[in-house]
Design a protein around this ligand. Structure first.
Ligand SMILES: [Zn+2]
Length: 232
């Protein structure tokens, strides 16, 4: 028997295809995600789509739209079970956006992400490691360059040197060193490398090598080192 209604319904892009669009063609990806959001999905899928849309806007450089969308995603999360992985992804994207913009709320956002990671996953999990790493960047920007760097070095020391996350962390330490070197400025990476552990790139084991360094170099640190500014 042929279901004519089904045949007339336009096909919906699955999440994997939307991820691929968002990565390669963010503008088209955002359009497709918005279209998919107009259809009836269960709460978990809807939350995934909202998080992915926020990450896609971020990739496009539309950070105001990204911030508003991730705030909406947090409201959707309230309908999910308390330990849904979507909540962690939402908190991760919120913290990442706050660090990227060096907002006053970056440290509290990173604390919320880290607390949720600790309470939702096992100790020393990859999720906790990534949350701790992002937190060190907020410390570096807003509190103390020396403390942020020391905390990041300590995290790196817990990993085998060849581990992909360790490689990413060492790049970030080098970026922190550059930030405390007079006259050393690193051009921004465009588009911003995706956050490990969001919906766009859920993988926590092989993050983009330049992800964390790209967040470090977005803003100068709060110097507690012996930094001497370059004379004008
Ligand atoms: Zn410094």
């Amino acid at each position: 028997m042929t279901d004519r209604t089904t045949r007339r319904t336009p096909s919906l892009a699955p999440l994997d295809r939307l991820r691929a669009y968002a990565t390669a063609y963010p503008s088209y990806g955002a359009e497709q995600i918005r279209r998919r959001l107009t259809t009836k999905d269960d709460d978990a899928i809807h939350a995934d789509l909202m998080i992915l849309l926020a990450e896609t806007y971020h990739r496009q450089g539309l950070r105001r739209a990204a911030i508003e969308t991730i705030a909406d995603a947090a409201l959707c999360d309230a309908r999910l079970p308390p330990y849904s992985p979507r909540r962690l992804a939402t908190l991760a994207v919120s913290a990442d956006l706050a660090v990227f913009d060096a907002r006053v709320g970056a440290l509290p956002a990173c604390n919320r992400y880290l607390d949720a990671a600790i309470h939702t996953t096992r100790p020393n999990s990859r999720r906790v490691l990534h949350a701790e790493a992002l937190h060190t960047v907020a410390v570096y920007h807003h509190s103390s360059c020396v403390r942020g760097r020391a905390q990041l070095a300590m995290l790196t020391g817990r990993l085998p040197p060849a581990d992909s996350v360790a490689v990413m962390l060492r790049h970030a330490i080098a970026a922190m060193d550059d930030g405390c070197r007079p006259g050393c400025q690193t051009p921004p990476t465009r588009p911003p490398p995706p956050l490990p552990g969001g919906v766009l790139r859920p993988d926590l084991h092989t993050p983009p090598t330049d992800y964390l360094a790209s967040r470090v170099t977005r803003h100068p640190p709060t110097h507690t080192c012996v930094f001497v500014p370059t004379p004008a």
